[in-house]
Design a protein around this ligand. Structure first.
Ligand SMILES: Cc1ncc(COP(=O)(O)O)c(C=O)c1O
Length: 360
């Protein structure tokens, strides 16, 4: 019995050719981010239609750097708890205070009505996560940011190709962070990117490029200066070359993901499931079940991998506090994610639907 994987990158010959080309060029990486990295930044910028793009080596690096742009030391950042822990870690890394907000039960993105209650004079950033590829309510969140002079940084790790009111995610917030981890819609061995839409985008771009390469600035031949701390966060040439090929396929692969999600939303006979939204890029598709461990075990026995996204961050020892997030906590116990990657065949899809319906 062949296994139906939860995640699986979609590749063809073009990625093979791209990797071989980089390998044989002997130019595998540069702190300056020239070569394939720069090409990828330019193509992704056109794809999402933002002002500037800075490629880095992971979504985690993108979040760490983006939050370092606005001095958040001892300031508050509002974020959902239902996310990968990197979203919150980036706040601690920058000396900020995470303020977790509950989510909307329909989209599992942060609930704007609950955000306003958390805003204080210490709030510096709102950090929405476009959960599973569904955009957060950017109209209301942007308004809250504008009215309260707060920066908007988006965690778009799940949202390469998602649109909000017909504009691509990446073209809205001050800074928007993408992940190109191998499980993501646009897959690389490792990679990430920060899209910039602020008015002072040129200055931010310069700072981010310095920070992604150990703080190196004012390069002139072999001479350079270092004025601020930086890290080794630059993207390598293999990732960028694969990314360029993945980007050409992204609309196609996302439309396949949408077809799969449409079938799940029509045919899975459970009330609590991810809604179908034509603007969503469906990084994964979630359902909610009561008997989760047993349910996942039964599916696995039939050769179907599922996931749990996520254990809420505020329940980890590092983040434990007295806050109560009733919807997040309930969903954290029930959520199961199903495969939506484009390698799923029609037969696989029918099998997943039939098996899920059998065991719910
Ligand atoms: C919501 C979210 N944020 C951030 C990240 C971090 O991205 P990366 O794994 O590329 O560091 C991920 C990836 O797993 C994610 O799902």
């Amino acid at each position: 019995m062949s296994k139906i994987k939860l995640f699986d990158p979609y590749i063809d010959k073009s990625e093979n050719i791209a990797v071989k080309r980089v390998l044989e060029s002997h130019f595998w990486a540069s702190g300056a981010g020239s070569g394939e990295v720069e090409k990828f930044e330019n193509k992704f910028l056109k794809y999402i239609n933002s002002k500037s793009c800075v490629a880095v080596n992971s979504g985690t690096a993108a979040l760490n750097l983006a939050l370092s742009i606005y001095d958040i030391k001892n300031k508050e950042v509002i974020l959902p708890s239902l996310s990968f822990v990197a979203t919150a870690n980036a706040i601690l890394e920058n000396g900020g205070i995470p303020k977790f907000v509950d989510i909307d039960e329909n989209t599992l993105c942060m609930d704007p009505k609950k955000i306003s209650k958390l805003i204080s004079n210490k709030t510096k950033v709102i950090l929405p996560v476009h959960f599973g590829g569904i955009s957060s309510n950017l109209t209301e969140i942007s308004k809250l940011c504008k009215d309260n002079k707060i920066h908007l940084i988006e965690d778009a790790a799940h949202a390469a190709g998602t649109t909000y009111n017909n504009n691509k995610i990446g073209s809205h917030g001050d800074l928007v962070c993408f992940s190109f981890h191998p499980v993501k819609n646009l897959a690389m061995p490792t990679g990430g990117l920060i899209s910039i839409n602020s008015k002072n985008y040129k200055k931010i771009e310069k700072t981010l490029k310095e920070k992604r390469w150990c703080g190196i600035t004012n390069r002139n031949g072999v001479n350079y200066d270092v004025k601020n701390i930086g890290w080794n966060y630059y993207m390598n040439e293999f990732s960028a070359a694969i990314g360029l090929e993945q980007l050409k396929k992204l609309n196609h692969t996302n439309s396949r993901r949408k077809e799969i999600a449409k079938m799940y939303s029509k045919k899975i006979l459970i009330e609590k499931k991810m809604p179908f939204d034509n603007e969503c890029s469906y990084h994964f598709y979630w359902i909610r079940v009561k008997n989760r461990d047993e349910f996942r075990e039964k599916l696995l026995k039939k050769g179907i991998e599922t996931g749990i996204h996520y254990k809420p961050i505020h329940t980890f020892s590092l983040y434990k506090s007295k806050i109560k997030l009733p919807i997040t906590e309930k969903i954290g116990k029930e959520i199961v994610t199903l495969p939506t990657h484009p390698n799923i065949t029609k037969k696989d899809l029918e099998k997943v639907i039939k098996t899920v319906n059998q065991f719910i």
